[in-house]
Every structure is written in C-alpha cells, then in structure tokens.
Design a protein around this ligand. Structure first.
Ligand code: ADP
Ligand code: ZN
Length: 223
C-alpha cells in the first residue's frame, strides 16, 4: 500500500474507458473506498431503502436515476465511517450540476475533491472495450473477452459466479451512452480545469500502464 495526500478522487471519462477497472486498483493501492454509483444504487435496491424504492421504479421504467436520488445516495455513502479515509468515485458526477452539488456537500463537511482524473481514449478503442465487456452475474467483477480473460472460461476468478454479457451492452445503447457522455459529462473537463484539480490520463494503454500513470499523478510526479 502506498499513501498520497490526495484522498478524495474522482474518475471520469467516456463509458468503457476503464474507470471501474482503475477505481478498483486505485482503491486497493491507496487504501481508499471505491464508490461506484452503479453498485451503490444496486445496494439501496437490495436493502429496500426509501431511495432504493425510488430508483427501482425509475430503473424499471428503463430510465436513469434522477440527479436528486443519486445525490441522496452519494451523500449517505460519504458519511459512512469507513469512507472517512478517502474515496475514489467512479461514475459520479455525470454532469456539471451534480459536480456543483457535490462540491457543496463536501464543503459543509470541510472536505473537497482533491483531484479529478479524466481518463480518455479514442472512440474506436472505447467501442472495442464496451463490445467485449463481460460481467460476473454474482459479484459484478468485470472481464473482457480479449483484454481481461478469467482463468476459467465463463467463471469468475473472484467468486466462482457465472460471467455474462450485461443485457444493456449492445451497440445501440453504446452509441446513446456516448452521445449523452459528450453532451453532459464531457463538460466536467472544463469544470475541474477551472477548479485547478484536473489531470489527464491516457486511457489508451494496458490496464497496468494506466494504473501506473494514475499512481504517478497521485504521488505528485506528474502534472
Ligand atoms: P468504465 O467503468 O469506464 O465503463 P470498465 O472498467 O467497465 O469501464 O472497462 C470496460 C471494459 O474494458 C472492461 O471489459 C474492461 O475489462 C476493459 N478494460 C478496462 N481498461 C482496459 C485497458 N486499459 N485495456 C484493455 N481493456 C480494458
Ligand atoms: Zn464474481
């Protein structure tokens, strides 16, 4: 384990660029809690909380969770005791409004986002990664048919569960996600640049090389 004085980290970038993969490595290496909005939402639904019931309905209608609901879930998660050592946010914020609200939330807790890592790669690479993504049905671990194969075909290395294609992983959905990303999420680059905490990460490298580049940034050896 290594330590960095940067304890509140945000990862953003196009869908499929490898945020989930990097958040996992980073959280282990720097002893930070990995907060994935997707996992948090699934957890609320499983525990049948008030918030969970709200998102379940939206998800059932095939919609995304609204900003307020997501902010409520994020708020509950950052107040958990184990998160006090720091977090890596993966999948949040998704738009400038969420980013502003998040800053305000952290502000009243005398915290701030220390670094926003913008992982980017050419669209061709992103589509290739999304197309080959597979996920464990049981624990949510991600694999790739070409770049991150499990030791035994179809079986999760972590939990022995079955590895499947996510039902929403298809070319049309990928296109739509990319469009939403360009319109809503991409403006975060400007937002965090103005805040003076933006770092670019070249996502067009192996998982290990991306992780090494991020580690250098957090250790203050780059940007
Ligand atoms: P995101 O969280 O940004 O949507 P994921 O972490 O789910 O992206 O990664 C998308 C897919 O690409 C997964 O199948 C993952 O195993 C694979 N992947 C992630 N990073 C890399 C990389 N640097 N090189 C090759 N494949 C990668
Ligand atoms: Zn698993």
């Amino acid at each position: 384990m290594i330590s960095s004085h940067l304890k509140h980290i945000i990862l953003f970038g196009p869908p499929g660029v490898g945020k989930g993969a990097q958040a996992k490595i980073l959280s282990e290496r720097f002893h930070l809690t990995h907060l994935s909005t997707g996992d948090l939402l699934r957890d609320e639904i499983k525990r049948k909380t008030e918030l969970g019931r709200r998102v379940e309905a939206a998800v059932g209608r095939g919609e995304f969770a609204d900003d307020e609901t997501v902010l409520g879930i994020i708020l509950a998660s950052i107040d958990r005791p184990q998160v006090h050592d720091g977090f890596v946010m993966d999948g949040f914020p998704r738009n400038v409004h969420q980013a502003e609200r998040f800053d305000a939330m952290l502000g009243v807790r005398a915290k701030r986002v220390d670094r926003a890592l913008f992982i980017d790669a050419p669209e061709r690479v992103i589509l290739e990664r999304l197309g080959g993504r597979r996920i464990c049905n049981e624990c949510g671990a991600t694999y790739h048919v070409q770049f991150k194969k499990p030791r035994r075909e179809g079986i999760c290395d972590v939990c022995g569960g079955r590895i499947l294609k996510r039902h929403d992983d298809n070319p049309e959905v990928h296109r739509e996600r990319l469009e939403t990303y360009y319109e809503k999420t991409r403006p975060l680059e400007d937002f965090y640049r103005k805040a003076g905490i933006l770092s670019h990460v070249n996502g067009n490298q192996s998982i290990e090389d991306v992780a090494a580049e991020i580690a250098r940034i957090l250790m203050g050896k780059k940007d």
